[in-house]
Design a protein around this ligand. Structure first.
Ligand code: NAP
Ligand code: MG
Length: 468
């Protein structure tokens, strides 16, 4: 059994208690490695080291800090295949998806943020006043398992560039990707304490880290429920919070748009990564008159594109859920959907093989008051809802506690007009291409703040006015 250590104060170390966490391959249910289960003492040591390292790091030029991030990026580039293999082993993402989605996204986002730096004014003048932007301090990054590398990158890159020192607490289900990333970061040669990795449970180490008085900012991606709790953790010492939380994102199809492609767009993002994507378009909202055509397109997609199997096999398009807990959660939502009166069009079952598999599932005749339409399932479950008028479609889309993403497919001007009215942080109009210079983040209970590009960088900075 392989054992990996955490990275604290410039050294690889075990937990002060010696306790460990098992890492499980969700396709085989085998324990593939162990990592330390961090204690309060470990977290205290990491925070103290980050605090010591901060003034010197924050005083360096942006150019120097960017040179380190360039080295990290080069290391990720060099280790792409190893990283993809680890993501597949501990998350269960099909290897093809790890290679073509998980890794390229990390590379393009890091590259884009680095390129955007030259456009960012770290100093500005306002009349005779000098405005200075500088790192906020020690940043706690608490990340989920669904994109185990990029969720860390999205926080680490801007935090380091801003002059912050960083402690990462990855999800317990996927610490191995974080360990390899930490090894790559170590090779870049950052000064001691600028980057640290603490592996451990969220409710223990994560909780201590988030509440630590010397942490200036909590940057969290994960569930809305845990995000809500972090507000309390932030209150006593008025920490800043960046929260990237859940979603229940709508895709509105308007008559006259490309229906086959709209169905593919929804299915791709709901089934890829087994639906464990925060921006998944899990509510497909279609005109009543198109219901039959939509159902045919869905059945056709399923027949052609769904290949459930071992994620290490390049022919597999659907792997297991990340954990037994996640599998049970998804199956219980599927049972709930049946009880609530939605009609099961596709899937809906456990898969008869070892591993945490669930069949990709489509419910039709869903209404927006059903819990399966309101709550985030975080699995491969698509809900199809119907509307009579476009006004009704917009109302359904916006009637959600979440507001992360959305999409509209239809005649160009109509689609853009509908997109303007959606209360979400981003909207894809007629398959528009994702732009990594643009901010990513949610309205309402989907979060606070934005990630990526210059907007993301801003959230890790304090601003000071010098009246000269
Ligand atoms: P989660 O349970 O909220 O966990 C996220 C992270 O927080 C993990 O590292 C977890 O550690 C830690 N954590 C748990 N309880 C904590 C506490 N009391 N204090 C401090 N840290 C704590 O979410 P998840 O189950 O990993 O991921 C699924 C959720 O993330 C979904 O709801 C999804 O929508 C959301 N998500 C959102 C985005 C976005 O960009 N908006 C992206 C990805 C995922 P442990 O792993 O040890 O529990
Ligand atoms: Mg959790």
């Amino acid at each position: 059994m392989k054992h990996y250590q955490q990275y604290i104060d410039g050294a690889w170390t075990d937990s002060s208690s010696g306790a460990t966490i098992d890492v499980i391959n969700p396709a085989t249910e085998d324990v593939i490695a162990t990592v330390p289960k961090a204690t309060r003492e470990d977290v205290d040591r990491a925070v103290a080291s980050a605090k010591r390292a901060f003034p010197e790091w924050n005083a360096r030029s942006v150019k120097e800090r960017a040179a380190y991030v360039e080295k990290i990026l080069a290391g990720v580039e060099k280790n792409q295949e190893r990283l993809a293999q680890i993501i597949t082993a501990e998350l269960g993402a099909p290897i093809t998806f790890s290679r073509k989605a998980h890794l390229p996204q990390v590379l393009v986002e890091t590259r884009t943020t680095l390129d955007e730096l030259s456009r960012f004014p770290f100093e500005e003048t306002l009349d005779d006043t000098l405005l200075i932007k500088e790192g906020i301090g020690v940043v706690a990054c608490i990340t989920p398992w669904n994109y185990p590398l990029n969720q860390i990158q999205r926080k680490l890159t801007p935090a380091l560039l801003a002059g912050c020192t960083v402690i990462v607490k990855p999800a317990s289900a996927t610490p191995l990707t974080a360990v390899l990333y930490a090894q790559i970061i170590e090779e870049a040669g950052l000064p001691k304490g600028v980057f640290q990795l603490v592996t451990g449970s969220g409710s223990e180490a994560g909780n201590v880290l988030a509440g630590h008085p010397d942490v200036a900012l909590i940057s969290f991606t994960g569930s809305t429920e845990v995000g809500r709790g972090l507000y309390n953790q932030a209150a006593p010492t008025i920490k800043k919070l960046i929260l990237e939380l859940g979603g229940k994102s709508p895709l509105i199809y308007l008559k006259g748009g490309d229906l086959q492609r709209a169905v593919r767009q929804a299915c791709n993002i709901v089934f890829d990564n087994q639906g464990q994507t925060c921006s998944a378009l899990t509510r497909l909202i279609v005109p009543e008159s198109e219901k039959n055509a939509v159902e045919e397109a869905l059945l056709d997609y399923y027949k052609k594109k769904v290949h459930i199997g071992n994620p290490a096999d390049p022919a597999t398009t659907i792997g297991p859920m990340v954990s037994r807990e996640q599998k049970e959660r998804v199956l219980s939502y599927i049972e709930l959907g049946k009880r609530e009166g939605a009609r099961l069009l596709i899937g809906g079952n456990d898969v008869d093989r070892k591993g945490y598999y669930v069949e990709p599932t489509v419910f039709v005749d869903v209404t927006n008051d059903m819990r399966i339409a309101r709550e985030e399932i975080f699995g491969p479950v698509l809900c199809v809802l119907s509307y009579k008028t476009v006004e009704e479609a917009i109302a359904i889309a916006n009637d959600s506690p979440f507001g992360l993403s959305g999409a509209v497919v239809g005649p160009a001007e109509d689609a853009k007009a509908v997109a303007r009215r959606l209360r979400t942080g981003n909207v894809t109009v007629n398959f528009g291409k994702r732009n990594y210079r643009a901010p990513f983040g949610g309205y309402k209970e989907s979060g606070l703040g934005r990630e990526n590009g210059l907007y993301g960088l801003n959230d890790y900075l304090e601003i000071k006015a010098l009246f000269l």
